[in-house]
Design a protein. Structure first.
Length: 267
């Protein structure tokens, strides 16, 4: 399993991927700094919030890209026949690929976290906001929970890769899953927690969305940016429940992926 994970890391870093990530991160940071000029009172908050939102989108795209390159393409191009013919459990390959992609995502978020810290220091230099941003060490739990978010999405895309015979389907379904899981909680909060919501809107969409809540994880609970931007951290038990939800869902998806991969026939 360790060899497969290390192979995934090496393959994921080929073709100057590290250089590409660094350039992409710098472009996001520069864009955040430029947009901060539109806010005269809270420039650091605007810059870091925009950059965090962009990094969340980039993280999903990277996770799905690596699943596509390191797993789906190998299935489609028949590169696994030799590996799977060896007297070793198939799940070693599958879980090794997942661990390798998880390590790539962790390194990417570490890089993005350093750039985000530098952005906060750069924009706030010489200017004191009324509501200061909690830069520095508070970025660690924000990035750690974003990593759990991306691991859940990666596990779902991996499962779709074991089920699908169409190369682009895991990528498309992974995007749909990420969007639905990240927006389900806020939408339900708006339907049942906002005074602006009409009873007809709740009646039309409420039951279906509540039923969907049993099938999808609420990944919005892993977005801790309010702690960095405004010092508003969820209670400890809420944070623990969110992490447990993500890990439990990831383990369930990986278990299903292993089961499906073990019984799949390759021609």
């Amino acid at each position: 399993m360790g060899w497969h994970a290390w192979t995934a890391i090496r393959l994921g870093l080929r073709r100057r991927s590290l250089f590409f990530l660094l350039v992409l991160g710098l472009l996001v940071i520069i864009g955040g700094a430029l947009f901060s000029s539109f806010s005269g009172r809270q420039p650091t908050t605007v810059a870091m919030n925009l950059s965090l939102s962009t990094f969340r989108i980039i993280g999903v795209l990277l996770a799905l890209f690596w699943i596509q390159e390191l797993f789906v393409k190998e299935l489609e191009q028949g590169r696994l026949h030799t590996l799977l013919s060896l007297p070793r459990p198939r799940e070693q390959y599958l879980l090794g690929r997942f661990l390798g992609i998880g390590a790539l995502l962790a390194g990417t978020l570490l890089l993005f976290g350093v750039l985000l810290w530098w952005l906060g220091f750069w924009v706030s230099n010489g200017y004191s906001q009324g509501t200061p941003v909690h830069n520095g060490w508070p970025l660690i739990p924000v990035m750690a929970y974003l990593w759990l978010d991306l691991l859940t999405i990666t596990a779902f895309a991996l499962l779709m890769g074991t089920l699908s015979t169409t190369p682009l389907l895991p990528f498309g379904l992974g995007l749909a899953f990420a969007w639905a899981a990240r927006t389900l909680g806020p939408v339900l909060g708006y339907l049942y927690g906002s005074q602006q919501t009409t009873p007809g809107l709740r009646q039309t969409f409420g039951d279906g969305l509540q039923a969907l809540q049993w099938a999808l994880p609420d990944l919005s609970r892993l977005d801790l940016r309010a702690g960095v931007l405004y010092g508003q951290w969820p209670p400890g038990e809420t944070m623990a429940a969110g992490a447990g939800m993500a890990l439990g869902y990831t383990i369930l998806l990986l278990g299903l992926a292993v089961w499906r991969f073990n019984i799949r026939e390759f021609s």
